[in-house]
Ligand binder design. Structure first.
Ligand SMILES: Cc1cc2nc3c(=O)[nH]c(=O)nc-3n(C[C@H](O)[C@H](O)[C@H](O)COP(=O)(O)OP(=O)(O)OC[C@H]3O[C@@H](n4cnc5c(N)ncnc54)[C@H](O)[C@@H]3O)c2cc1C
Length: 453
């Protein structure tokens, strides 16, 4: 309570799905909320842009049928009728050849591996799903686990290029738990006939984000975009306000949902240096997505893993082989995705420089492709796109509660044993809101007792 006896707002820093979900849970519980977002749009990594008159994600997005947390949010907003399910159609580019890998039968035709290894590859998902306790995998790397489970051929052809393509120099540090989770997810989102089924939000994730914004504002949440948190004001060991690029926001709690290095900057000098060091200990990869709007389709596949780490992209995701191109003025939308350290020179390339860097490789993959087919293109960059989930990651994950009683952390890097994703961002938002609600109940209880004493 402030001096006027009114309940103070919780200040949520960051307007991605974690921040939006935290705000949603808090306002539903009757706790006033101010949400600040440094960009001039909401949605964070899941934000969209307008392509041919239709909103679409800057970075490709879909959901798995098992993504219960975000599906519940969609349901609460009364928008479940906008969910669409499609078969995913995946493939792999390896040794200058394209292979379809959508159904179990495709595996049997996967020539780069001897027959026995094709079976070993096929058995990986059921074997991963039979592991009940992920803790048994915590102390080993993905590489060690893969070699043990599937042997050197499967590792060399399928997994090593993917791990190197995604994590670069950090590939050998990636935990078996990270891979286990990926295998379980993919195996758990299948329809009849064994094909993978994925979900999309008709109108794009931006339409969902906008609907959530409207609902939050209707319930009284103050949302400020283009408003960056720059510091936290303290009094008697508690946070009392967030200092922002637009002024000072008094608050009862601070809920930080940004990437951990940004949280560390905000909390430097406020929490002990060992806690700051723990926030900075977790490594992140950046991502660059080149989005092409094409006159013609590249292939019939939605998702192609590029198993050649020399390529400037690890995946070719033809979104319009998932959501029909009619939604985008019949343009074919293709994402070329690259993960890289934020310090990599390619991260600094201009949009046209990035296009030039990527096109010769795209032509190698699709000899019929000609750049005349490019109607437009966009390059999106995210400095904190993927935390590196190392061995024994559970010992690295920071707590939701910091050593300052009313400052909380909920970020993508705290999702574990699962990997990042909007589904878990929503769960993280709920979890941190639960902590705020519980702490408010305790404070109210003691204030009541003190008043009665
Ligand atoms: C290439 C790529 C593909 C992906 N594909 C999928 C997918 O298919 N399905 C899926 O579910 N998920 C996918 N994800 C993951 C998903 O986008 C994220 O897990 C999720 O959006 C993270 O939400 P968040 O709120 O935790 O973080 P963020 O989205 O990073 O939000 C944090 C917010 O904090 C803001 N911020 C930073 N500093 C400040 C400050 N000082 N003051 C105020 N605000 C600040 C940022 O601008 C940002 O909006 C993908 C991610 C990437 C990069």
């Amino acid at each position: 309570m402030n001096q006027n006896g009114r309940s103070q707002s919780a200040c949520v820093v960051g307007g991605g799905f974690t921040g939006l979900s935290a705000a949603w849970e808090l306002i539903k519980a009757g706790i006033p909320v101010t949400l600040i977002e440094s960009e001039d749009y909401l949605g964070g990594l899941a934000a969209g842009f307008v392509s041919s008159g239709s909103p679409i994600e800057r970075f490709y997005h879909h959901w798995f049928t098992s993504d219960q947390h975000i599906l519940k949010l969609v349901d609460e907003l009364g928008l479940s009728d906008r969910l669409v399910a499609h078969n995913s159609n995946t493939g792999m580019y390896f040794a200058q050849s394209m292979f379809r890998l959508s159904r179990p039968a495709d595996l049997l035709r996967f020539k780069p591996l001897p027959l026995a290894d094709r079976f070993r590859l096929g058995l990986m998902v059921p074997r991963a799903r039979s592991i009940r306790d992920w803790r048994s995998l915590e102390s080993i790397t993905a590489r060690e686990w893969l070699l043990r489970m599937a042997g050197p051929n499967v590792y060399r052809v399928v997994w090593e290029p993917l791990l190197r393509g995604k994590f670069g120099d950090a590939a050998d540090d990636v935990s078996a738990v990270w891979l286990w989770n990926k295998l379980c997810l993919r195996g758990g989102s299948r329809g009849k006939g064994g094909a993978e089924v994925l979900l999309y939000f008709s109108g794009g994730f931006a339409t969902l984000i906008e609907a959530l914004r409207r609902e939050l504002e209707a319930r009284g949440v103050q949302i400020a975009t283009g408003c960056a948190a720059q510091g936290i004001e303290m009094s008697n060991g508690q946070a009392t306000a967030v200092i922002t690029s637009n002024g000072r926001i008094e608050c009862g709690e601070v809920v930080i949902t940004t990437a951990l290095p940004i949280a560390a900057d905000l909390l430097d000098g406020i929490i002990p240096s060992s806690e700051i060091a723990a926030l900075r200990r977790i490594r992140y990869l950046a991502n660059v997505c080149l989005v092409l709007e094409l006159e013609r389709s590249l292939s019939e596949l939605y998702w192609i893993n590029v198993n050649d780490p020399s390529f400037p992209f690890v995946g070719v995701i033809e979104h319009t082989n998932f959501e029909p191109s009619a939604a985008y003025g019949n343009r074919h939308i293709v994402y070329l995705s690259k993960y890289l350290p934020g310090s990599h020179p390619a991260y600094e390339l201009s949009s046209s420089g990035y296009l030039e860097y990527a096109l010769p490789h795209l032509k190698r993959m699709f000899p019929d492709f000609h750049e005349d087919a490019i109607l437009d293109y966009h390059v999106w960059k995210a400095p904190y796109a993927q935390p590196v989930v190392e061995r024994n990651y559970s010992s690295l994950v920071p707590n939701t509660r910091t050593s300052v009683r009313n400052v909380y952390l909920a970020s993508m890097a705290q999702i574990y044993p699962e990997d990042r994703g909007t589904n878990y961002a929503v769960r993280g938002g709920r979890h941190v809101a639960d902590a705020v609600k519980a702490d408010r109940r305790v404070t109210a209880h003691y204030s009541q007792r003190a008043a009665l004493a």
